[in-house]
Structures are given as C-alpha cells and as structure tokens.
Design a protein around this ligand. Structure first.
Ligand code: GRF
Length: 190
C-alpha cells in the first residue's frame, strides 16, 4: 500500500512503521508525511528517510479542522499518490464532508487506550485516576467522531500499582509500535 502518514508531533509510530517497511516486515511504502506543526519531530524523521513532508498550519493544535484547513489538506493530498491514510498522533478530527470527498479511502488511527474506553485527550491520566487494572492501545478505522470507528486490533497492557502517566504511556507506546504494523498487515488484502 502507498501510505500517507499524518502526524502532529514526536512521530514515533510513523518511524516504527517506516522501520518495519525498511526491514521488509511491511511490503508498503510511505509516500508522504502531512503535519499541522512546523516544529513536529516527525519532520526530521521524514527527512531522514527521504519522505516528502508537507506542513499545513492550523489555528488550533487539537480538535475539528476548519473548512479552509481541510481544503488545504485536500489540495496537498491531490498531489500525492496513496491508498491509505495512517494517522499517527495527528491531533485533529476530520469532518464528514472531508471523509466523503476521500471517496471511501481507508483511514486508520492509533489510540493509547482500550477503546471504546478513554477516548480523546489524556487517556493515561484518566486511567491512573480511575485506578483501573488494564489499559492498552487500539488501531481503528476513522470516522468523523473522536476515536470511534470500527476496531481493527487491540493490545491489552496491565496497569502497575506504581505506574504514573509517563511510565504507563511509555510501556503502552512500545506495543503501539508493534500493533500498528500488525493492523496494516491485517487490512492490506481485505
Ligand atoms: C501515540 O500515543 C498515539 O497513540 C496517539 O498519539 C501518540 C503519538 O505518538 N494517538 P507518536 O507521535 O507516534 O510518538
């Protein structure tokens, strides 16, 4: 599959997918990175792998995109070859109109909780506050609601008594880097 990745920040999921492509674990190609953040570390990763990076600045860092922002993203997409959109730490949701214009193109996302629990921002903080025993991560298809599309795969991760937000986030992130590629392998031929 020709993949276009959307990332707003660190880009470790983007990098993990690209590394799996380089290792031959994924027979895919990342054709572009799109980011809303000119300071995103993901841009340096794209540069390292010679993947073209496009910056589409947005007013807000999270949430719904404006019609103009979506129009500018669509303009970039028109000049890229891709079969699937992979959101990897992209902090915005797309409108129904934008998704319709993509004409059935698959869009996937990863979220660091066991969806449908703990959708949205700061899931680890809420998991710790609720003292639940298990959390994890989920790869899912994207619709126009936050972290709400059909689930492709999940990894359960135990919350340890001494965990804080950071330790839990970093333990779950290691599994994110594994299951995102697994999910891409699962849906490739479907
Ligand atoms: C990950 O925890 C991902 O699940 C969430 O945002 C974070 C992005 O991290 N959607 P990174 O930019 O891939 O390192």
């Amino acid at each position: 599959m020709r993949i276009v990745v959307f990332a707003s920040g660190r880009g470790s999921n983007f990098e993990a997918i690209q590394e799996n492509i380089a290792k031959g674990i994924l027979p895919d190609e990342i054709t572009a990175l799109i980011t809303d953040n000119a300071d995103a570390q993901a841009i340096a990763i794209a540069r390292r792998y010679k993947i073209p990076a496009y910056i589409v600045e947005t007013d807000k860092r999270t949430g719904l995109l404006s019609a103009d922002e979506e129009r500018r993203i669509m303009q970039v997409l028109k000049n890229i070859s891709f079969d699937i959109i992979v959101l990897a730490g992209f902090m915005h949701i797309f409108s129904g109109e934008f998704l319709e214009r993509l004409n059935g193109c698959r869009i996937v996302n990863i979220h660091p909780s066991l969806l449908p629990q703990y959708k949205g921002l700061n899931p680890h903080k809420r998991v710790i506050a609720d003292a639940v025993r298990f959390s994890g991560c989920t790869v899912h298809f994207v619709n126009d609601k936050v972290d709400s599309g059909d689930i492709i795969c999940q990894q359960l991760v135990e919350v340890e008594k001494e965990d804080n937000e950071e330790t839990l986030a970093s333990r779950i992130l290691k599994y994110e880097h594994i299951i995102y590629s697994e999910a891409l392998n699962m849906i490739r031929d479907v």
